[in-house]
Write a protein that binds this ligand. Structure first.
Ligand SMILES: NC(=O)c1ccc[n+]([C@@H]2O[C@H](COP(=O)([O-])OP(=O)(O)OC[C@H]3O[C@@H](n4cnc5c(N)ncnc54)[C@H](OP(=O)(O)O)[C@@H]3O)[C@@H](O)[C@H]2O)c1
Length: 213
């Protein structure tokens, strides 16, 4: 698949390697411009390219967003229509500044992103796993239910299926927490599953018994 990646730091740089190794075409962008990503793409193989943010969004059948949440409104809202967007962002007020609607639990960071990126099919995912674990814990030789779980939430069932397949291709188990509102809330920092090392089997059982909260 063609995958656009916006944000090329710890998480974006890590998934770029995983997705490229799994055979996907990558177009990756950061805030400073493509010329600053030469070294990053050099390690990703022939089909990877560094591009502008708009071009990464237009390129991807899936667009992976991994930027500081507080910058989400700088993303060009009109180029994501119809795209599957993986939202790996987390809200950290110390880094992002305070958003009253999040502090008051009126919404979730993923719903705010969905509202901004008109027509995108948002799947919250890859946000509960530390990038060093993402780098090292995937294993396609392990049965899926024994692999480290990566949680996903979203309102579009087909988009979630596509992201789940991608997660399995890079050696993890996808575990669905529900829709963007409740599943998205279950995946936020300081929840029971945040940064928790569970296998797919354990994560499914946990979601079944606790509802993830
Ligand atoms: N670190 C983790 O283990 C981890 C795990 C799960 C989720 N997350 C979440 O994932 C997101 C990224 O975290 P990270 O650790 O990868 O951060 P990071 O290493 O600081 O990288 C951030 C990336 O986002 C880019 N960026 C910043 N502002 C941007 C903008 N307005 N438009 C486009 N790109 C922009 C930066 O580009 P420049 O360098 O050019 O500014 C950089 O490539 C955060 O929301 C974080 O909470 C992190």
């Amino acid at each position: 698949m063609k995958i656009g990646i916006i944000g090329a730091g710890n998480i974006g740089g890590t998934v770029a390697k995983l997705f490229a190794k799994a055979g996907h075409e990558i177009a990756i962008a950061n805030s400073r411009g493509a010329e600053t990503l030469k070294d990053t793409v050099a390690g990703l193989g022939e089909t990877a390219q560094a591009v502008s943010i708009e071009d990464a969004a237009q390129f991807g059948e899936i667009v992976f967003i991994s930027i500081p949440f507080g910058k989400y409104k700088t993303l060009p809202a009109d180029v994501f229509g119809g795209k599957i967007v993986v939202d790996a962002n987390n809200y950290y007020p110390d880094r992002d500044g305070n958003f009253a609607e999040l502090d008051d639990n009126k919404t979730t960071s993923s719903e705010m992103l969905a509202e901004h990126l008109r027509g995108a099919k948002i799947v919250k995912g890859f946000n509960t796993i530390w990038f060093e674990h993402l780098k090292t814990q995937g294993d396609t030789n392990t049965p899926v239910e024994e692999r480290r779980a990566i949680f996903i939430a979203g309102d579009d069932a087909e988009a979630k299926k596509t992201v789940a397949r991608l997660i399995e291709e890079v050696g993890f188990a996808a575990v669905d927490t529900g829709d963007l509102r409740y599943g998205g809330a279950a995946q936020q920092p300081e929840t029971a599953i945040y940064n928790r090392n569970l296998t797919g089997r354990e994560a499914q059982a946990f979601m079944g018994s606790e509802g993830g909260y």
